[in-house]
Design a protein around this ligand. Structure first.
Ligand SMILES: Cc1cc2nc3c(=O)[nH]c(=O)nc-3n(C[C@H](O)[C@H](O)[C@H](O)COP(=O)(O)OP(=O)(O)OC[C@H]3O[C@@H](n4cnc5c(N)ncnc54)[C@H](O)[C@@H]3O)c2cc1C
Length: 402
C-alpha cells in the first residue's frame, strides 16, 4: 500500500461509506464537507440488493432496519384526499420498499461509525488541487494547504471538486424534471401511508411519514432546464410558491411550512454521465460520478456500492492507477444498466391534464391488482438473467485478511 493518506470531499452517503472501508483496509482518511454540519434533509431512501449486503458487512443493517420509517405504502389521492389507487409496501417494485430509511438517519449512522477513525472537517472545501509526483497539494477555502496521496470526490451531482479535476468532461444530463424535498410539521391528515397527489400542469406533491414526528414533503414538476438549482434558497422558495399556489389539495399548508425551512433540496433531476471516473491521483464515486437520478430509486445503493468497490480495489492493488482501473471495470457495466430509465419517465408520472391523471391512477390500480402482480412475478422469473438488478460483489474484507 503506497498511497495511504486519502482526502475525501463530501460527507453524505458515499463519503463516509468510502472512509469506513478505507479505514478497515488500513488507510488514513480525512473528509472535508462544505456545510457547517451534516446535512440531514431529504426523504426516505432505499438500500437494495447488493448494497444491503454491504450494509450487512459494515454491521449497520440492524440499525438501518430499526430506523425504518414505518411507511405502509403509497396512496394516490385526488384534491379531496380521496384515495384513487394504492400500492401497499412490498407489493410492487414501485412505491415503498422493504428497507427504507430517512436519508438523514442513514447519514447519521454512517457518521457514527466513522467519526472516531476519520478526521472530519466541516465548513470548508477544496479550492485548488496541485498534483505532483508523489501526491497532491490541496488548498482549502480557509487558505490552509495540505498534502495527500489521493483525493476522492464524492460531493454530489453539482460537484465543484469534479470540475476542478475533470472540467466539463462529465455530462450532467437533465431529464426535464425539478424536485424539491423538505421537512414539514405533521398534521392530522398525515398517516403512516405516503400520499401522492397529481395536480394538472404536470405537477406532483408527495407527503411521506417519517419516524421523527414530522412529514417529508416534496414538490416536483416537469420543466425544461431553467437554472433554478443555481438560485438562492429564498428565490427557490419563491419559484415553488409560483408553481404550486393553485395546485389544490394540501398545497397551501405545505407552502406555508416551506417558508420556515432552511435545508431544502431543490434540483433539476439529472444524470451524470462521465467517460472516466479517475484521472491521475483523483477519482470520484457516488452522485458526483454517476448520479442515476432519484427516479431509479438507486442513488443511495449505487453510492454505497461504488464506495465499497473503490475502497476494495485500493486495498487490492499497490498501484493506485490499477486500483482505479479495477474499480471502473467492475462497476461501470452495472452503473450503465441502472442508469437506463424506462421509456416515458418522468412524463408518465406527471400527466398534464385531468384525463392524464385519471389514466395514471387506473394504471396504478392495474399494477397493484393481484392478477397483474402474479403475471409480473412469472415474467420476472422467466427473465431472471436479463432483469437481475444486482451485482456480484468481490469479498475484499476476506481477501485482505487471508
Ligand atoms: C440535503 C440532501 C437531501 C437529499 N434528499 C434526497 C431525497 O429525499 N431522495 C433522494 O433520492 N435523494 C436525495 N438526495 C440525494 C442523495 O443523497 C444522493 O442521490 C445519494 O445518496 C448519493 O450520495 P452522495 O454521497 O454521492 O452525494 P450527496 O448525497 O449529494 O452528498 C454530497 C455531499 O457533498 C457536500 N458538498 C457539496 N459540494 C461540496 C464541496 N465543494 N466540498 C465539500 N463538500 C461538498 C454536500 O453538502 C453533501 O453533503 C439528497 C441529497 C442532499 C445533499
Amino acid at each position: 500500500m503506497t498511497h495511504k493518506k486519502i482526502l475525501i470531499s463530501g460527507s453524505s452517503i458515499a463519503g463516509p461509506t468510502l472512509a469506513f472501508w478505507l479505514n478497515r483496509f488500513g488507510f488514513e482518511t480525512t473528509i472535508v464537507e462544505r456545510a457547517d454540519s451534516l446535512r440531514l434533509g431529504g426523504q426516505n431512501v432505499d438500500i437494495k440488493g447488493a448494497a444491503q449486503k454491504v450494509a450487512q458487512l459494515m454491521g449497520i443493517e440492524d440499525e438501518i432496519r430499526a430506523a425504518d420509517t414505518g411507511e405502509l405504502g403509497v396512496r394516490f389521492v385526488d384534491k379531496n384526499n380521496i384515495t384513487k389507487a394504492a400500492l401497499p409496501k412490498g407489493e410492487s417494485n414501485l412505491g415503498t420498499s422493504e428497507l427504507e430509511i430517512l436519508r438523514g438517519n442513514l447519514v447519521k449512522i454512517l457518521y457514527k461509525h466513522t467519526k472516531d477513525s476519520v478526521e472530519y472537517i466541516f465548513g470548508n472545501q477544496i479550492t485548488e488541487l496541485d498534483e505532483f509526483e508523489e501526491g497532491v497539494t490541496v488548498t482549502f477555502q480557509n487558505g490552509e494547504k495540505r498534502d495527500f496521496d489521493l483525493v476522492i470526490c464524492v460531493d454530489g451531482i453539482r460537484s465543484r471538486t469534479r470540475n476542478l479535476i475533470f472540467g466539463d468532461e462529465p455530462l450532467v444530463r437533465p431529464i426535464g424534471l425539478y424536485v424539491s424535498y423538505f421537512t414539514i410539521p405533521r398534521a392530522a391528515s398525515d398517516s403512516q401511508w405516503a400520499r401522492w397527489y397529481n395536480a394538472t400542469g404536470s405537477r406532483v406533491i408527495v407527503m411521506r411519514p417519517d419516524n421523527e414526528g414530522t412529514t417529508r414533503a416534496s414538490f416536483s414538476f416537469l420543466s425544461a432546464p431553467k437554472g433554478y438549482e443555481k438560485l438562492t434558497v429564498s428565490e427557490q422558495k419563491e419559484i415553488l410558491h409560483q408553481k404550486f399556489a393553485d395546485a389544490g389539495w394540501e398545497a397551501t399548508r405545505i407552502l406555508k411550512a416551506l417558508d420556515n425551512n432552511s435545508d431544502i433540496y431543490f434540483d433539476s433531476i439529472s444524470q451524470v454521465i462521465a467517460p472516466r471516473w479517475s484521472k491521475g491521483r483523483f477519482a470520484m464515486t457516488g452522485d458526483a460520478a454517476f448520479c442515476p437520478s432519484p427516479l431509479t430509486g438507486m442513488g443511495v445503493s449505487l453510492s454505497v456500492l461504488g464506495a465499497y468497490i473503490l475502497a476494495g480495489e485500493l486495498s487490492r492493488h499497490s498501484d493506485y492507477q490499477q486500483a482505479f482501473a479495477g474499480y471502473e471495470k467492475i462497476f461501470r457495466p452495472y452503473v450503465t444498466k441502472v442508469q437506463k430509465l424506462p421509456p416515458g419517465v418522468p412524463k408518465l408520472a406527471h400527466p398534464k391534464s385531468k384525463i392524464g391523471i385519471s389514466i395514471l391512477n387506473t394504471v396504478i390500480n392495474i399494477i397493484s391488482s393481484k392478477a397483474v402482480k402474479k403475471i409480473g412475478e412469472l415474467f420476472a422469473k422467466k427473465n431472471k438473467s436479463s432483469s437481475d438488478d444486482t451485482i456480484e460483489l468481490p469479498d475484499y474484507w476476506k481477501q485482505a485478511n487471508a
